[in-house]
Write a protein that binds this ligand. Structure first.
Ligand code: GDP
Ligand code: CA
Length: 339
């Protein structure tokens, strides 16, 4: 097995990728070459323009995590970060003040925005940024592809008694960072998704893969948005590679993040089995589903039978990504489920 493609969000996806790559390089994944190429198709629907700068939280989380520049405690942004620019902007009273724009991180957004302004598509900009972060660590063995070069943005509808419609729509980042996902999400609207085009290499990465992995990323605003880019879901349904997922829900709740609110907003029960049934069994029919296999945590052993009944191979193993070794063991279990 030489080509592994992962459809990733931010923190959950990046943590999984760290363990997967650890497993690949240390020969912990039976049947996988130690020099296997891992292609990451990353969600870009979290992207936001702030102070004239293009910020891509999930791309950067993957890039900084794999490139060893991440702040491990926060799980996002740069290590040894300072916040002078943010404080200065606040002193001018410039909104928004809720987004954590660190000084080091700012350089990434400046480079990205300059390149976009010069006419480069996001995919080429990302490749250029990754020359600093990924190439020194992984050479050509890791590729980071934005799901699309087009502008796609997740927005969340929340209740607002002051608005005539009783609702207000906020950017996903505002929902998460400013509102801490503490108010119920009434709907998820992904602006631009239906008219977007897959980024260069995205469809081929899925079609030509030996294994496609759905990591424990948010099923709605990370994996759901990637699958919503026209032709991506069809490619996952049609690929010759097995498609295996790992549950982001452990013991009936999300581990961190806001998967629970967003699942509820789309009418999916917050359980490992319900998320598997939401993705659905891969039968070749795009209307049906995308999964050949699904891993649930040992706490959710009771869900295994129901997932199998839905036509998806399933096993229960520890799914907490507490270390690269633990995560590599999850990846090995996912692999053995479908090979
Ligand atoms: P985001 O873009 O930063 O929100 O990150 P992702 O979409 O990639 O992943 C977020 C999801 O990862 C969270 O909602 C959790 O459900 C899941 N998650 C985080 N840590 C773990 C873990 O250790 N184990 C499992 N199974 N899921 C996790
Ligand atoms: Ca995200």
């Amino acid at each position: 097995m030489h080509h592994i493609t992962v459809l990733s969000g931010g923190v959950g996806g990046a943590t999984f990728l760290t363990g997967l790559l650890h497993g690949v390089r240390h020969g912990l994944l039976p049947g996988v070459d130690r020099d296997a190429v891992v292609t990451v198709v990353a969600n870009t629907a979290d992207d936001i323009w702030l102070h004239g700068l293009k910020v891509c939280p999930d791309l950067d989380t993957v890039m900084y995590t794999l490139g060893d520049g991440i702040d491990h405690e926060r799980g996002w942004g740069r290590r040894d970060e300072t916040w002078n620019a943010k404080d200065e902007l606040a002193a001018y009273g410039v909104e928004p003040t809720w987004f954590g724009l660190g000084d080091r991180d700012l350089a990434t957004h400046l480079v990205r925005t300059q390149m976009l302004d010069a006419g480069y598509p996001l995919s080429q900009v990302t490749e250029a940024l990754c020359r600093r972060w990924l190439a020194p660590v992984y050479g050509d063995a890791v590729r980071l592809l934005p799901m699309s070069d087009d502008r796609v943005e997740s927005h969340i509808a929340v209740a607002d008694a002051d608005s005539p419609s009783g609702r207000r729509v906020v950017h996903f980042q505002e929902y998460w960072v400013r509102l801490h996902a503490a108010v119920p999400a009434e709907a998820v609207v992904v602006v631009g998704l239906e008219d977007s085009t897959p980024g260069p290499g995205v469809i081929d990465a899925i079609t030509d893969a030996d294994l496609v992995v759905i990591p424990p990323s948010n099923p709605v605003v990370s994996v759901g948005t990637i699958l919503g880019v026209p032709r991506v879901r069809e490619a996952v349904v049609a690929t010759r590679a097995p498609v295996v997922g790992l549950s982001p829900i452990v013991g009936g709740t999300h581990v961190r993040g806001m998967a629970h609110q967003l699942l509820t907003s789309i009418g999916v029960e917050v359980s490992a089995g319900a998320v598997a049934r939401h993705y659905g069994a891969r039968t070749g029919d795009p209307e049906h589903g995308i999964l050949d296999g699904w891993l649930v945590d040992t706490l959710d052993e009771g869900e295994v039978a129901g997932v199998r009944e839905a036509g998806i191979a399933c096993a229960a193993v520890p799914l907490l990504m507490t270390s690269p070794d633990a995560t590599a063991a999850m990846a090995a279990a996912a692999l053995s489920l479908v090979s």
